[in-house]
Ligand binder design. Structure first.
Ligand SMILES: Cc1cc2nc3c(=O)[nH]c(=O)nc-3n(C[C@H](O)[C@H](O)[C@H](O)COP(=O)(O)O)c2cc1C
Length: 200
């Protein structure tokens, strides 16, 4: 029997979404439950592309067991044309057996994203990631407006999930409010994971 954990699963090409993932994981652990950081391999239009067995840097690749055993799930992707990035979508499209077994039913889940520009489609990206989670039976948790940062942010941070505005060339570091909202989202997910686990 594995110890309870929340899976923080992300794809990141340039590192911004990975930074958000690490802060969400910190928030999860503040709630008193372990966070497991995992990523998905890139995809290529050329069939010859072969990924290293272990990523060169960042989190290990996710396994089916990570998903079936987790008590909660945070899913993160850069915004790509207002949608989640193809590697995340490709990975999710391969999770039919988990859907058949109902492995994610009643598990809390949240979503997060990074985009270059403020109005470049963060919220649609977050919504796009919620759809497969709903099909899997997850209980979606956003960010409530009791988080003061949601009222004051002039960059990332939405009620649909934590976000970051990276700038066109990734020149903006994740700012204080964006970080606080990542922690808050992680904490909330961790607390919900513990509470729902007790109910199951
Ligand atoms: C193919 C592609 C499409 C993108 N589409 C958008 C977009 O619709 N809106 C936006 O604001 N940024 C867009 N971006 C920029 C990324 O969302 C942004 O650089 C993000 O911070 C990258 O996250 P990462 O550092 O985790 O890879 C796009 C980038 C790529 C490569």
């Amino acid at each position: 029997m594995t110890d309870p954990f929340v899976l923080v699963l992300y794809y990141s090409r340039h590192g911004a979404t990975r930074t958000l993932a690490r802060h969400i994981a910190r928030g999860v652990e503040e709630a008193g439950i372990a966070a497991r950081l995992r990523t998905v391999p890139p995809v290529s239009t050329t069939c010859e592309a072969i990924d290293p067995a272990v990523p060169d840097d960042g989190a290990p690749y996710v396994s089916e067991a990570d998903l079936s055993q987790c008590c909660g799930l945070a899913l993160g992707s850069p915004t790509r044309f207002g949608n989640m990035a193809a590697p995340m979508k490709y990975f999710i499209d391969g999770t039919s057996s988990l859907w058949v077994s109902g492995a994610l039913i009643d598990k809390p889940a949240c979503v997060f994203s990074s985009s270059a520009s403020l109005h470049g489609g963060q919220e649609t990206t977050l919504l796009s990631m919620m759809l497969p989670l709903l099909h899997h039976g997850c209980v979606i948790a956003g960010l409530p407006y009791s988080e003061q940062g949601l009222h004051t942010t002039s960059k990332g941070g939405t009620p649909y999930g934590a976000t970051h505005v990276s700038g066109r060339d990734g020149e903006h570091p994740v700012d204080k409010i964006e970080l606080e909202l990542c922690h808050a989202q992680g904490r909330r997910l961790g607390e919900l994971a513990l509470r729902l686990r007790r109910e199951r």
